[in-house]
Design a protein around this ligand. Structure first.
Ligand code: SF4
Length: 229
């Protein structure tokens, strides 16, 4: 086996290929490639982290409590608000996509009904045209028009300056969510994941991948990216 094939083979064995999942109940035997076994020291560090009074510790315990108290009974909408209340959040920031601003407005109203202050920042805040960041005009949805790029770093900055204690992402694009999470000082959770085709339910592509959406299992569906410079 050459080096590349060997690397591919070792990459192939991780949790996504494990049918044992002994890390959940600890009532079986770990597989040879098990990450729990390989990362023994790191496991101990994270045990300390989650039992500490750090932000991560408080988030971890609050998340586990929400799961335990409401398992299978509350929607994600309700869970995010219960999670915020468990953390004593008084100021909740909302980073919204322009395409889901109606949903964000309703979400903000519901959060305020629960007694938590909100501030919403739309993705187009700052109004910087896409061509100003190097995008060719013909890649705009509407070529020739001003079309502002999403500005997740500014969304985060506005919420940081407001002093949000928890930020909620509502429909941010793939990639813009990553920038927002990098710049958000408060912990950032997702309420809606954008999927323009599947009604914001990206998992539907997996549920239908064996028949209607079988194209996702064809490598021709994912060619090398086009170059635009
Ligand atoms: S951590 Fe180990 S037991 Fe758990 S899913 Fe991954 S490989 Fe399987």
């Amino acid at each position: 086996m050459d080096e590349k094939k060997s690397a591919d083979a070792s990459c192939a064995l991780s949790c996504s290929e494990c049918s044992i999942r002994n890390c959940y109940r600890r009532d079986r035997k770990y597989p040879d490639f098990c990450l729990t076994s390989q990362y023994h020291d790191a496991v101990e560090k994270t045990r300390e982290l989650y039992t500490s009074d750090s932000v991560d510790g408080r988030l971890a315990r609050a998340a586990a409590e929400i799961e335990g108290e409401y398992y299978g009974r509350l929607t994600r909408l309700e869970e995010t608000i219960r999670f915020a209340k468990k953390l004593n959040v008084m100021k909740l920031g909302i980073a919204s996509c322009i395409g889901l601003l109606d949903e964000a407005s309703l979400y903000a109203k519901i959060v305020r009904t629960a007694g938590i202050e909100t501030k919403t920042v739309i993705c187009k805040v700052g109004a910087i045209d896409k061509t100003e960041i190097g995008l060719p005009d013909d890649l705009k949805v509407c070529p020739g028009c001003n079309e502002s790029c999403c500005n997740p770093a500014l969304q985060a900055q506005v919420l940081n300056e407001w002093g949000s204690q928890l930020n909620v992402m509502v429909g941010l694009c793939v990639g813009h969510d990553a920038i927002f999470a990098r710049h958000s000082e408060a912990p950032a959770v997702t309420f809606i994941v954008k999927d323009r085709v599947l009604g914001h339910n990206p998992a539907a592509a997996l549920y239908t991948a064996k028949f209607y959406y079988k194209r996702v299992l064809d490598e021709k569906t994912f060619p090398e990216p086009r170059k635009h410079s």
